[in-house]
Write a protein that binds this ligand. Structure first.
Ligand code: NI
Length: 173
């Protein structure tokens, strides 16, 4: 396993629509393991493959808190097949947009269909933080960031700040 570099805003890679994984091979499992290690190292509770520059429909999640044993969830080609009408608001953040947080309203409960690490088809009913996290990560697979769900004013301010920082980092000292 290896910790990979996390792609940050405003890298256009984050806008890519990820492609489905055709076959769950050892390479795919190795990539999922790298994603998990990268997420734990950050630390974060969810990571999509596109955030390490690989636009494939792969997600890792672990919402266990510090007192609980690790509980990694591997999702290959996840898709939401049902949403509740009831919504929930969470303050979200993203490893690709460090130190930015914003309240996002999403369906409170979702049912997600995916393949697990072994390639087995699965379905899982999710609520609470897990439901929010899964929706946030699936958005990544479609090139959508949580700041795209905030007001245009707030989103533009964040993009501007990161664009400026990236430009400054490129300029010679
Ligand atoms: Ni994110």
């Amino acid at each position: 396993m290896a910790v990979r570099e996390i792609i940050k805003l405003p890298d256009p890679v984050l806008k890519s629509v990820s492609t489905p994984v055709e076959q769950v091979t050892e390479d795919v499992r190795a990539l999922l393991d790298d994603m998990l290690e990268t997420m734990y190292d950050a630390p974060g509770i969810g990571l999509a493959a596109v955030q390490i520059g690989i636009a494939k429909r792969l997600v890792v999640i672990d919402i266990a808190n510090e007192e609980e044993p690790p509980d990694p969830i591997f999702l290959i080609n996840p898709e939401i097949v049902w949403w509740s009408e009831e919504t929930a608001e969470y303050e979200e953040g993203c490893l690709s947009i460090p130190e930015v947080f914003g309240d996002v309203t999403r369906p409170a409960e979702v049912r997600v269909r995916y393949q697990d690490r072994e390639g087995q088809p699965c379905e899982r009913q999710c609520e609470g933080l897990l439901a929010t996290c899964i929706q946030h990560e699936i958005d990544h697979l479609n090139g959508v960031l949580f700041i795209d769900l905030l007001s245009r004013l707030k989103r533009d301010r964040v993009v501007k700040k990161f664009t400026k920082a990236a430009k400054q980092a490129k300029e010679p000292a």
